[in-house]
Design a protein around this ligand. Sequence first.
Ligand SMILES: [Mn+2]
Length: 501
Amino acid sequence: MEFKLSELMEYENIVIQCHDNPDADALASGYALKWYLKLKGKDARFIYSGKLEIRKSNLLKMIELFEIDVEYVKEMPAPDLLLTVDCQYGESNVTHFDAEKIAVIDHHQVSRELPELSVVRSNYGSCSTVIYELLRNEGIDINDDPKVSTALYYGLLTDTSNFVEISHPADRDLRDNAGFVNFQITTLRNSNISKDELLIAGDALKEAEFSDTYTFGIVETRPCDPNILGIISDMLLEVEGVDSCLVYTIFDFGVKISVRSCTKLIKANEMAEFLSDGYGGGGGHISKAGGLLKKDMMKRAGISYDHDTITEYLRNRMIEYHRDCEILYAGKADEDISEYEHYVKKDVKVGYVEAQKIAEPGRKVCIRTLEGDIEVSVDTDVIIILGIEGEVYPMNRAKFEKSYRLSDEPYIFPGEYPPVVIDSGSGERIELLPLASSCITKGGAGIYAKKLDHRIKIFTTWDPDRYFLGVEGDYKAVRADDHKDVYIIAADVFAKSYTKA
Ligand SMILES: [Mn+2]
């Protein structure tokens, strides 16, 4: 459930936590939130944890300029409310602390089940923007305190590469409405890295490796502030012939990675997940992401933690990511089904929502499916299905009518996180459950499916810019009545929904 900031007033002892290795957006978000709570008479703590204390020059400058009262902690008694900002509780880059109640305010891709109290706007450029909107909803003007407005403005600036990556109107609102203090922004912009860090970056770039076959670049740096990795990977991506890249540093506790992509064939957050799979975690945005491979987990898996082994491992993993993945554009040609088996739907009850109930025809909405977000243009022909595991996906009316019959019974949602779609224009979140009705699968012509033994990215006819990822164990499926309609069915959903014809 979304929450309002004023609803937090019922908690006594509140701690705001941002992700480990905080960046400017995380600091600004926590700072503005603490400021708000203080206005309302609540003294909250603002903390971060992790292996490293902040040492990047612009962040130290930021803390000094705005007098940000942020504490680096290793241990902490459980507060009544732990509010994570610019990250999601339970993520690998958020040190775990116990708390009575958890709340999340974030702008990254949803990476796990969210607590009841959460506001996540994955299509916003910064968490500062989310905070700005929540404050505005409370009637609070950030310009009442120039330090707060300047900090939020700087958070957005740094998270969107100097506003270049702004696409959401909410971000534009913050950019245009924040009455920032110009000289402070100039100071911060011009203390982005230290002299030592410039030399580290320079040394690292001299040893850059490139793959012409897979158009990626890899750079290793000496240990430095993880934010420097991001600066280097941004630079690397600007190189002609580099469509994705990896920058990493080997620390004594693990390997920090920073990943970028400028091709629609690769989601950076997913590549970061792939690179760190089994040894830690990764995530972030479609174009920018990061992660950590933990030393103890690598050693446990028998990977010796020395420089050459790690370098070799990451290089191979990058090649595997690019090489061992099939790419398919659905809707272009009939799929050859000679190696597929025929399945029909079990008699299962699912939910559906007519898209026209959600928004005006012609508006674009973002549907958060298990395999990724897709953007759909609303019209009377679009039906949104709420599947057996609570998964959500669109279907056109003709296929819907062939596959389902309507039921009078009320719809009961099987999942825990109530599905929403997001109006791509306004950023408004629309709950689907109040609009949902029940329907029951018809056996119908069924599908042809085969179990995947490799990774595949499918661009469906719904959204040519964002792919669905299928991994080993999932199913690649083709509608029996339309051999061009190829898509992915997750392993657990498949087991519950289909039986051999
Ligand atoms: Mn951020």
